[in-house]
Design a protein. Structure first.
Length: 223
């Protein structure tokens, strides 16, 4: 499969590494253009680089991993008919205040889906620290394999991403539709906490819409 990545930050690069190792083709992009990505080319063997438009057109599946404040900068026509994996999180200090989110009236992925009305948005990869993507990936059936939450309105797109997660080294927990994706947004019990399927299912159920937890520190290490 061909995977385009809009956003060559830590999450985008980590997903690219895992996808390449699993036998997929990957094109990374950033807002400044491929001429600024020589370190990416030398640091991730086999990755391709391009403009954001090229990455969008390249991918059978496209990961959007950019600061939430810039989500409207992605032209919707680039992604028509495609599965779009949304790794965005809302940080008011970085993104500015978004009233609908501050009032708990919508979710980050619903905002993106409204901007991309002809795409199939899947919330994934937002609830894990970037270094943990490469450190915590495990083969199928491994004891204590980490699970990641997935939410989408389109069942086929959700199934496609769950299959991809398995190939990359993670179990999945279906968290429902995009309107339920708040359960693993920032400051919720499932956010960036390493859990197996049972633990993640419980954490999603424990989330309260208007209750935000303190920031999570990346302190765990596997032995």
């Amino acid at each position: 499969m061909q995977i385009g990545v809009i956003g060559a930050g830590f999450i985008g690069r980590a997903v690219a590494q895992l996808a390449l190792a699993a036998g997929h083709e990957v094109m990374l992009s950033n807002s400044r253009g491929p001429q600024t990505m020589s370190r990416v080319l030398s640091g991730i063997l086999g990755v391709q680089v391009g403009t954001s438009e090229e990455a969008a057109r390249f991918g059978d599946v496209v990961l959007v991993a950019i600061p939430l404040e810039h989500y409207r900068s992605v032209p919707a026509h680039w992604l028509e008919g495609k599965t779009v994996m949304d790794a965005n999180n809302y940080y008011p200090v970085r993104d500015g205040h978004i009233p609908e989110l501050d009032r708990f009236e919508t979710t980050t992925s619903r905002l993106l889906a409204e901007h991309l009305p002809h795409s199939h948005v899947v919330k994934v990869f937002n609830a894990i620290f970037a270094p943990d993507l490469t450190e915590d990936a495990r083969p199928q059936g491994a004891a204590g394999r980490r699970a990641l939450p997935v939410a989408a309105d389109d069942a086929a797109a959700k199934a496609q991403v769950i299959t991809l997660l398995d190939e990359l080294g993670f179990d999945a927990v279906d968290a429902g539709g995009l309107d339920e994706s708040w359960r693993f947004e920032r400051a919720k019990p499932a956010y960036c906490v390493p859990l197996d399927q049972a633990g993640l299912t419980a954490a999603l159920a424990a989330a309260e819409r208007r209750v935000e937890l303190p920031p999570v520190a990346r302190t765990h290490r596997r032995t």
